[in-house]
Ligand binder design. Structure first.
Ligand code: SAH
Ligand code: SF4
Ligand code: F3S
Length: 439
């Protein structure tokens, strides 16, 4: 009897990577592999890596080093994702027991790479140059969430912000045809999914290769599919944030009340050196469109502190921007110098300690803003999608349309099922979550 083919997959990085992993799992299952929960049980160990910050490649090599031991047991290794594309064949030099290295733009060729792996080949690569047109569309997606379905509508990035690895690791920007996006959305709606999240490094840079829909039109069309109750999209880039997106949100009730619009810095000088190609004022104009919507749209952002040359004055401008916009969620990062990026040669003049200090000041301030914002919702009645139980507190955990976590109690004898929608009266608030009672 042939031995069973098993794999273990660990995923790092953004939502696009997590969704790629769902497709990788589906592809492996289609090839006769069974997923297992630990490295020990697996014949094939895969890492889907992220390279965005903090010496990511060193961490991956460190990790691979730990697995020399498992190699002796005859296990095989594959490195996928952004570190794979970035480091390429260097991975075989540094970690000779790795048999497969593949960037995301080559996953379409995974079945063939797996066949070669099974035939005993040991240096299999799926590395694309930046100009690749390949996209990863597959029917075999092993969706990990039973209610929220992710759909990648655009891959890669052409923006080349001076600090960022993504244009090098994910290749050029390429969009998927709107017919194929809508067909997948309808298919998963038929399977019972009620929430769809459209994904892209810059989701709103979408350009329909069929020339049929703008991003806003596609968003509206997905929102009108029967059975779909919530549509989210992430991440939006300010450069491509057009007014018709807000108009679509106002017109189509299923589009969620939330926009994630990374600003990176509140200082036009810093934005310029980051090559973001917008000014503080340009960004704030887009925010004003969103705030002028008929419904209350929650805003979140990403911020980098300590970019090379960021002065105290620049940093204060970022703090002022937080006070002005009043975000409901901020992801703050210390700048980290990354391979191949233009900012690498800029003098990284901000000491680590100062970066850490700025980040702390920023997050403390934001926490206070959120404390006030969230507590304003006490007394409101909002719709919550149930995600699970919080047994420690005897509460049900869910999420609002604005993407805020809501922990609530119910008088019902049986806990509501994950994926169901309930009306909840908000009775309390923390800086990162709401508390309530089901009505
Ligand atoms: N495409 C999105 C962001 C994708 S990366 C956009 O442009 O808005 C996610 C976040 O990681 C970025 O928004 C940025 O805040 C952060 N990031 C990217 N490169 C970084 C670096 N070199 N150092 C610190 N943070 C970084
Ligand atoms: Fe990176 Fe900029 Fe592209 Fe975002 S837009 S992925 S930050 S290069
Ligand atoms: Fe990381 Fe690649 Fe996503 S670098 S953030 S996994 S695009």
């Amino acid at each position: 009897m042939a031995t069973e083919k098993t794999f273990y997959l660990e995923t790092f990085g953004c939502q696009m990577n997590a969704h790629d992993s769902e497709k990788v799992i589906g592809t492996l299952q289609q090839q006769g592999y069974r997923q297992v929960e630990s490295e020990e049980e697996a014949g094939l160990i895969l890492y889907n890596t992220c390279s965005i910050r903090d010496k990511a490649e060193q961490k991956v090599f460190h990790r691979l080093n730990d697995y020399k031991r498992l190699h002796k047991q005859g296990k095989r290794f594959g490195v996928l994702g952004c570190v794979a594309q970035q480091e390429g064949e260097k991975i075989f030099e540094k970690a000779p027991y790795v048999s497969m290295v593949s960037g995301s733009a080559s996953y379409r060729r995974l079945p063939e790479m797996l066949d070669r792996l099974e035939a005993g080949e040991s240096r299999i690569t799926g590395l694309n140059d930046r100009q690749t047109e390949e996209t990863f569309e597959t029917e075999f997606t092993a969706r990990q969430n039973l209610h929220r379905g992710y759909i990648t509508i655009i891959e890669g990035c052409d923006k080349f912000c001076s600090y960022c690895v993504v244009p090098y690791t994910r290749g050029k920007e390429r969009s998927r045809g709107s017919s194929s996006v809508l067909a997948e959305a309808r298919r998963i709606a038929d399977q019972g999914y009620t929430e769809i999240q459209l994904l892209g490094q810059n989701v709103n840079s979408y350009r329909d290769p069929e020339g049929k829909s703008s991003f806003a039109e596609l968003l509206a069309a997905v929102g009108q599919i029967e059975g779909i109750r919530r549509v989210r999209f992430t991440t939006s880039h300010p450069r491509d944030f057009t007014r018709d997106i807000v108009e679509a949100m106002d017109a189509v009730p299923t589009l969620c009340d939330h926009v994630h619009l990374p600003v990176q810095s509140g200082s036009t000088q810093v934005l310029k050196r980051m090559a973001r190609e917008y000014t503080r004022e340009w960004y704030l104009e887009r925010i004003s469109w969103i705030k002028a919507a008929r419904r209350s749209i929650s805003l979140s952002t990403d911020i980098i502190v300590g970019f090379p040359g960021e002065t105290e004055e620049d940093f204060i401008q970022t703090m002022d921007l937080l006070a002005e916009v009043q975000y409901d969620c901020v992801f703050g990062f210390k700048y980290s110098a990354r391979p191949n990026t233009p900012a690498l040669v800029m003098i990284d003049s901000i000491p680590e300690q100062e970066k850490a200090h700025r980040l702390q000041v920023l997050l403390d301030r934001q926490r206070e803003i959120q404390r006030v914002n969230y507590s304003r919702q006490i007394g409101e009645k909002i719709e919550v999608m149930v995600e699970g139980m919080n047994p420690a507190r005897g509460q049900i955990a869910g999420r609002s349309s604005q993407n805020k976590p809501v922990n609530f109690t119910t008088k019902l004898p049986i806990a509501p099922a994950p994926g169901s929608y309930l009306q909840v009266k908000i009775t309390g608030a923390f800086p990162n979550s709401l508390v309530g009672e089901a009505i």
